[in-house]
Design a protein around this ligand. Structure first.
Ligand SMILES: Nc1nc2c(ncn2[C@@H]2O[C@H](COP(=O)(O)OP(=O)(O)OP(=O)(O)O)[C@@H](O)[C@H]2O)c(=O)[nH]1
Ligand SMILES: [Mg+2]
Length: 207
């Protein structure tokens, strides 16, 4: 099976500066978090097979917003503002980081989070804090070791093993390359599984 069999069809839905202005409705969401430049937007574009999908998040002024994309069944993927955007002031960084923290802590329909990391930089402070938060709050977590194309196969395997050891079975991790498409089918299946579970759970609550 190729990555193309697992393309997710989605469209840009809305941008929000904070939790209060996130789109209404109860559609389940999976959020993509990570340091600025780790490749969140590139990962989303790889999932759709269209390099223009997440382009909106790169237009000036939009990078600081939470960007929502709707799948065909209404479920959503959320491109969160990157942590540590170099050209922003400390004040504006603190502001949008507060919006991300608020979203992660209080968004009812958040079904899981994908942490996008750069495989060459394990153990970055933000990534470690994010993992600690997700595990402590029992939020389903999947770690992407993105930019795998930058390392040889042996080094890729060692990086993945180290991450899995750290997660200790409490979360999953995989190799990914937004550039080459490596790991795309695996990620699409995981995201769809989380969203389907969340929809089932919501339907069950209604009964
Ligand atoms: N070699 C390689 N480069 C990548 C990969 N994924 C992303 N990049 C590059 O990394 C840079 C940052 O990618 P983005 O997708 O814009 O990163 P981001 O996490 O969305 O960044 P912010 O929007 O600032 O938070 C770009 O130059 C991408 O082309 C990958 O898998 N391999
Ligand atoms: Mg981005």
């Amino acid at each position: 099976m190729t990555a193309l069999d697992h393309r997710l069809n989605m469209e840009f839905l809305a941008s929000a500066p904070d939790l209060a202005r996130c789109p209404a409705g109860e559609a389940p969401e999976v959020a993509f978090a990570g340091r600025s430049n780790a490749g969140k937007s590139s990962v989303l574009n790889r999932l759709t097979g269209d390099r223009h999908t997440a382009k909106v998040s790169k237009t000036p002024g939009r990078t600081r917003l939470l960007n929502f994309f709707a799948l065909e069944n209404g479920a959503r993927l959320v491109d969160l503002p990157g942590y540590g955007y170099a050209r922003a002031s400390a004040k504006s960084q603190a502001k949008w980081q507060a919006a991300v923290n608020e979203y992660l802590s209080f968004r009812e329909q958040l079904a899981g989070v994908v942490l996008v990391t750069d495989i060459r930089h394990p153990g970055m402070a933000f990534d470690a804090e994010f993992i600690d938060w997700a595990l402590a709050s029992e939020m389903p977590l999947h770690v992407l070791l993105n930019k795998a194309d930058k390392l040889k196969r042996g080094a890729q395997g060692r990086a993945l093993a180290a991450y899995r050891k750290r997660l200790g079975g409490a979360a999953t991790a995989q190799l990914f390359s937004a550039l080459r498409g490596q790991g795309s089918a695996e990620l699409a299946a995981l995201v769809e599984g989380w969203l389907a579970n969340a929809s089932d759970a919501a339907a069950h609550r209604l009964r």
